[in-house]
Structures are given as C-alpha cells and as structure tokens.
Design a protein around this ligand. Structure first.
Ligand code: BDR
Ligand code: CA
Length: 309
C-alpha cells in the first residue's frame, strides 16, 4: 500500500527527521508540504522545508501557510530548535522556491483532486488545517486519514503549562480540528517520552558516511546536546514517532479510542488536551491515541531516514 501524504509542518529538527523518514520509505509518496509558523517564525520554517526538499531530493510542492496562530500570541520553541529552527548551523539559503497558493487552500484543492486518497499528517500547530476546515467543513469527507502530533493526554506537557507545544501554540485551531474532524489518530508528547531514542545510538547513526546523515547531524546537534542536559540518555523526537505511526500503523502495539478536546479558557491549562478516559461524558469518541509502538521498528525507520540502515 502506498501512503500518499500531505504533511503540514513547522521544521523544526524533529519535523525534518519525520519528513526524511517519509521520503526514505518505500511505501510512501510525499504529495505536498504545507508550512506553518510554530517552532520558529514562518520565514524560517518555510526556508527550512525548502532546504530539506533540496538536500533530500524531495520533489513535492511547498505551500506557505499561517504566520501566526488564530487568536493566541505566538511563543516559539527557538530554545529547542535554534533561532533558525535548524540548529543555527549556518546553512546556505535554499534555491528552491515556494508555491504562491496558501497552504489552507492547497489542502482543500488537493483533497478535491484526490478524494479518498490522501493522508493528512500534522506535525505542527493546527492553524492551517483549522483555516481549511473553516472554509470548507466537508473536508474530512475527502480525507480518509488524519494523523496529528500534539497534546499531552494526561497533562504531562512540554511547555511552561501542562500543555504540549503544538496545541499550546494555537489552542483555538486545535479545538476546531478536534471538534470537527470525526476521527483521527493522535501521537502525543507522553507517547514521545515513552519512545526515546538513545543518544549513543543516534550519535552512531548520524555519523555514518551519507549526505543525509551529515545534514541531519548538523541540524540536530544543538538540540541533542540541549536535550541530553535536560532529559538524560534518551532523545525524544515527537514528529518522528508520529511519522512511524503514519507509515506503519500496524506496528502500533497499543492504542486507546477516546473522546478528546482541548481546553481554551483554563487559567492554568489553556491549550491542554482533555481526554474522557472513563467514557463518562457525552462527546463521541474522536481520537485513536497511540500508547505503545514497536520501538525496534521505530529505530529502523529513523536509521533508514538518514541512510544508516
Ligand atoms: C512538537 O512541538 C514541536 O516543538 C515539535 O516539532 C513537535 O511537533 C512536540 O511537542
Ligand atoms: Ca513540529
């Protein structure tokens, strides 16, 4: 089976690894990249996506999307990904150009051109998809599969609040998507924490003699050092885990089907994902939450992404 992917992304070091995983996978075709602000500003995330396509020879159109969240004041994650989002490695600017169509419009058009065929993969704040859904609420009828990296399903987030970065960056967009998309798969930050990649092994994979390994080693070095200081022996690559779920969902070992939404008004928890774990509420089940994934296979997909398999 060939997965045909529209990847919405804010590259971002882990976004880059996810996209390389998709690019390397024999059962996958990247149809388009739609770009949002998030980890850093849109100017950088767009340039990074174009640069990645150039380096990895990914022949997919790149559509610029939302520069700001719907309502929230943006707070980026430059302290994780570098001021330029790619580890401040001093890369030369991309020579490829972005499309002129807006990401949200491209989502709607591509879904109409390929009804029932695309998987939408959301690796950043959900602003572009929320805009598309607001323009055309019937979009889910034409997109059979949506996979979202976001949320922290029991409150163990990775920002100042008990909130994960992508839902915290644009809570209103997350609310629109979670409340209007009838059924999606969710890979949250807590699953990411349970599927760490040992630094010692990453160091070996990224040191192989391959242009993609060299590239990835360069852009991820700063965040891996930062992460080792904070979280110890394992590195956590959220978007890469989400991409493993996209590419080989049969390798998921445990999932939970629950009703999930996002808090908008909370004083201490704005942007927090709220899950009806006990099934006592009235909201319909909308999310398949990844709890456990085959870690060996996850590692193999990461290795293949950088030419180390
Ligand atoms: C998510 O936030 C971003 O910093 C990462 O790229 C990932 O999409 C993890 O919380
Ligand atoms: Ca991301």
């Amino acid at each position: 089976m060939t997965h045909r992917l529209l990847i919405d992304t804010d590259p971002g070091v882990d976004d880059a690894l996810a996209i390389l995983m998709a690019s390397a996978h024999p059962g996958c075709r990247i149809e388009a990249l739609t770009i949002t602000a998030g980890n850093v500003g849109l100017g950088h995330t767009l340039a990074n996506a174009l640069k990645l396509c150039e380096v990895a020879d990914i022949d997919a159109p790149v559509f610029p999307g939302a520069p700001v969240p719907l309502v929230a004041v943006p707070e980026d994650a430059a302290y994780v990904h570098g001021r330029d989002g790619f580890g401040d490695a001093g890369l030369s600017p991309p020579s490829r150009r972005a499309e002129s169509e807006h990401a949200a419009l491209a989502m709607l058009r591509l879904a109409r051109e390929h009804p029932g065929e695309l998987t939408f993969v959301m690796l950043g704040p959900l602003t572009n998809l929320a805009l598309a859904l607001s323009l055309d609420p019937s979009l889910p009828e034409r997109v059979p599969r949506l996979v979202v990296m976001g949320g922290a399903v029991s409150g163990r987030g990775n920002t100042r609040l008990p909130v994960e970065f992508n839902t915290g960056f644009d809570p209103e967009a997350a609310r629109i998507v979670f409340d209007r998309w009838p059924r999606f798969e969710l890979v949250d930050w807590e699953a990411t924490l349970r599927h760490g990649l040992a630094h010692a092994r990453c160091d070996r994979w990224f040191a192989v003699d391959h242009p993609l390994a060299r590239f990835y080693d360069t852009i991820s070095r700063q965040t891996r050092i930062w992460s080792a200081g904070l979280r110890g022996e394992e590195w956590h690559s959220a978007d890469a885990l989400a991409m493993a779920q996209v590419l080989e969902p049969e390798r998921a070992l445990e999932t939970a089907e629950r009703a999930l939404t996002v808090e908008l008004a909370g004083e201490h928890a704005r942007g927090m994902t709220v899950v009806d774990w006990l099934g006592r509420g009235k909201r319909p089940v909308n999310a398949r939450i990844l709890l456990s994934y085959d870690r060996t296979r996850f590692e193999q997909l990461v290795q293949a992404a950088v030419g180390a398999a």
